[in-house]
Structures are given as C-alpha cells and as structure tokens.
Ligand binder design. Structure first.
Ligand code: F0G
Length: 457
C-alpha cells in the first residue's frame, strides 16, 4: 500500500483553542459592527483571517532567536539575513523593514511621484494604497481568466502581456516600474508562471523599465511552477526561486508570509541607485539600515525561516493542506477560485449568495454567516476591500467578491480543515434563505475594510 502524505514536522508546543456558542458569537459580531477585524481573537475558534504573521516557527527558528544580535549598527543577525536573501534571490542590496507595507513605503517614497502609472497584476491593497496616496495610478493588467472563478487554468495570477504592453506603449514616460505580485493574492493566491515572468521582463526591457516583485508568497509561487510548468519538476525550490528573481530588478517582501515569521519585511535589489534612494527613507521611517524596524533576534529567525521554507518538504506540506481543504469543498459542491491557490481558499460569494445584491456586499455577508455558524473567521476580499474609485468616489464593483479563508502555516491540523469545510457546507445548504446583506454606516477613505462599521439588513 502506498503510504499517505503527511506533514514534514511534528508538534512540540500547543496552544488551547476556545470554543463558543452561537448566541455568544451573534452578540460579539454585533458588538464588532459586523467587521471581523474588530473581533477579539479569543472570540474566534479557527482563525482564517490571514496567513500573515500567524504561522508557527520551528525549533531552529526559536534557537536562532536566542542568538540574535541586538546591536544598533552592524548587527550580525542583519548580515545573516542579508546573506540568506542574496543566496535565494541573487539581490545584493538589502534593507530590512518592519513589514511588507513599510518596504513599499520606503521604496515607493523614492520611486513614485504624482501622476505616475504603475502597471501590475492585482496590486495588493497596501501596494495600491501606497501608489494612490501619492496621487499615482495602479493599473491592473491581470489576465482576464482570473475573473472566472470556475475556469481551471494553471497560472491565473499572470500578467496579461497585451494589457501591459498597451500601458507602456501609451504612457511609458509615466511608468517608474512594473510590479508583479507572486503569488497574486487578490486574484486568489494564484501563481504566476516562469514563462510569464520572462515575458514581463522582455516587455520591460523593450521600454527600458525596471520590474519589482511583490514577493510575499514567492515560495508558494515557485512550488506551483515546479508542479505545473513544464521543465521544472526536477528542479529544487531554491533553483526555481533564483530563476524567478533573475527576471526582476528588486523586490518588496512581507516576511510574515513565506518568511515564516510573525513580523518583518525587506527590500532587496540588484541596483545601487535604488538602494541609495531607498536608504534615505529607511532611516527616518524605519530605523538604521542594519535593523530597519526589526529586532536582531527577528532577523535571525527570518534568515532561518527563508532557508527552511525554500526546502521542498516544508512548502509541499503547506500547499497540500490547502489542497486538502479544497478537495472537501469540491465534495460539497461549494464554488471557489479554481484551481485552489497557495495560501487560502477564496469562496466565490457572488455565486453562493446569489440573492444578495452587490450593493449589500455578499462576501462580507458570507463571512459573517460563517463566523456565526462555527466561529471560523474569514476575510472579505471583495467590494469593501476594493475601496472607492479615487476620482468618482463610487464603490468599485468591477472585480470579484470573495470570502478568503487563509490557512496559517504549521498551525492547524487537517481535523480543523474538516471543521471549516463542514461549517461552510452548513451555510451553503441554507444559502437560499440568505437574501439580504449589510450596509456601510462608517468608513475611511483608504483601506476602509479594517475599520468599516456595518449594519445587517
Ligand atoms: N503584498 C502582498 C501580496 C500581501 O499579501 C501583503 C499583505 C502585503 C504586500 C503587505 O505586507 O502586511 O507585511 O505589510 N497581506 C496580508 C494579507 C495583510 O492578509 O493578505 P504587510
């Protein structure tokens, strides 16, 4: 008999979970103004809000923390981190930051000015925020396939070369760089193929432009290249990462995802001028260049985390758990962005709650129902997160309306996956009874989803 696939680790420390009653959850979510970000974590049973900073570190990472060097300048932990990043990416210049959006803030302060146009594939909301807050424009050039959740194509996160070329042909002088998000979080944790990265590079070269990878989940991306793209099945994850980054000029990184740490980020680049430009903003915003908002011990743990996650067995364990949950949803007929991506299931809320009008935010409504059902906390990646159009101030209903269920790295077991799937099935089975959603009663101008206040209709 073929032995089944199992986790590449065993558990050394556990943390109790708190269960609750439906009555308690109904009360708590009301007190939270129907915004799941406003819940207290002990009001949540299984937390699928994000895979960002929620993972479990390994024994090697905890051991590295004890060896962290907290020197203000020239910390040994910084050099360990820098060497690891250079080994994996080939980028020589590294600036640590306290998280991914801080890397965006520092680098974009140098590169993005009013009126600039930054093409990419579904810019993440903080990335979009850091572009739009500088009175510049983020132009989404994602392939159209990403909009059809039921279409099975292997690299739904890709940049559409034709759309990209059009932006450059019309506005090359306004484009400071192209940004490719690997994996494409907003489109469903969908990967970008090596072939596509090569095409983007060729277009960039044609117009003399540079390319940044928003690399929060670059290891997941390389795993999908290994398993889905011809010619990579025998390559190591580290070899694939090296080739991916060979097509970029630099990267912004949220280390809270594929860095396997709870906090941290960095900028890395092969260009001295970008490094010199970003340096000027790192010092006032983040701190001196050899810590940039991070503890020495956190840089030490990140160095180990990056090395560990770019080994096949670690990343395979991670992706296979997400695929396990997806297979359960297939069994129950629940529609999600197919094929499942790297870090989460993105349930197609428009299809599940097809009686709730767009204006009443179906994905947010589904998130509330799932929380009340079982204490599972997901996150709306849809019309609320899309914010309003900066010019017309209208809600943006043009994209997908998804309920994202993120899987934290090395945290939950497949039994928890079974609970998530069963809870979702229970909501799905009574979907026809859910006809009304929510309305916004208070919101901020940018990144409103974190603090928005809602009322149930
Ligand atoms: N880029 C991508 C693709 C991201 O997914 C995130 C964060 C960031 C940049 C910003 O990084 O949080 O360290 O400042 N994504 C989290 C999420 C918050 O839940 O998807 P950060």
């Amino acid at each position: 008999m073929k032995l089944p696939f199992a986790e590449s680790w065993k558990i050394k420390m556990v943390e109790p979970l708190r269960m609750s009653t439906r009555e308690e959850r109904e009360q708590w979510i009301k007190e939270a103004d129907y915004n799941l970000f406003q819940l207290k974590s002990d009001q949540v049973y299984i937390d699928c809000l994000t895979d960002s900073g929620t993972g479990a570190m390994s024994d090697r990472q905890w051991a590295a923390m004890m060896m962290g060097d907290e020197s203000y300048a020239g910390s040994a932990s910084f050099f360990q981190l820098k060497d690891t990043i250079t080994k994996i990416t080939g980028f020589e210049y590294v600036i640590p930051t306290h998280q991914g959006r801080a890397a965006e803030n520092v680098l974009f302060s140098h590169l993005v000015t009013a009126g600039a146009i930054v093409p990419g594939n579904s810019h993440f909301d903080t990335t979009k925020g850091h572009i739009e807050s500088r009175k510049a424009f983020a132009v989404d050039c994602t392939v159209d396939e990403a909009k059809d959740t039921q279409l099975e194509v292997p690299f739904k996160g890709n940049v559409d070369p034709k759309k990209l070329e059009k932006v450059l042909a019309e506005n090359a002088d306004k484009v400071p760089f192209i940004i490719v998000t690997i994996t494409n979080n907003t489109a469903g944790g969908q990967p970008v193929s090596m072939q596509n990265l090569r095409e983007v590079r060729a277009i960039a070269d044609k117009y003399g432009k540079r390319v940044i990878f928003d690399s929060a989940r670059f290891v997941e991306n390389s795993y999908f290249i290994r398993t889905r793209e011809e010619g990579y099945a025998d390559k190591s994850i580290k070899e694939i990462c090296k080739e991916m980054f060979s097509y970029a000029d630099g990267m912004t990184m949220s280390s809270k995802k594929d860095g396997l740490v709870n906090m941290g980020g960095f900028i890395a680049t092969r260009h001295e001028d970008w490094y010199e430009g970003a340096k000027k903003f790192c010092i006032p915003f983040e701190g001196f260049l050899t810590y940039g908002g991070m503890n020495g011990r956190d840089m030490a743990a990140l160095a180990v985390g990056l090395d560990e996650n770019t080994e096949l067995e670690t990343i395979e364990t991670r992706i296979r758990q997400v695929q396990y949950l997806a297979a359960k949803l297939d069994e129950y007929g629940i529609p999600y962005q197919r094929p499942v991506g790297g870090h989460a299931i993105f349930v197609d809320a428009d299809r599940v709650l097809d009686q709730v009008p767009k204006e009443e935010f179906p994905a947010q409504t589904l998130a509330i129902e799932l929380y009340i059902e079982a204490g599972v906390r997901g996150c709306e990646i849809g019309y609320i997160l899309a914010d309003r159009d900066p010019v017309t101030r209208e809600n943006r209903f043009g994209g997908l309306d998804l309920l994202r269920l993120c899987i934290a790295r090395r945290v939950y077991t497949n039994n928890h996956m079974d609970v998530i799937a069963a809870a979702l099935k229970n909501v799905y089975d009574r979907r026809h009874e859910i006809t009304r959603g929510v309305k916004i009663v208070w919101e901020t101008e940018l990144m409103r989803h974190f603090t928005v206040k809602l009322e149930r209709l």
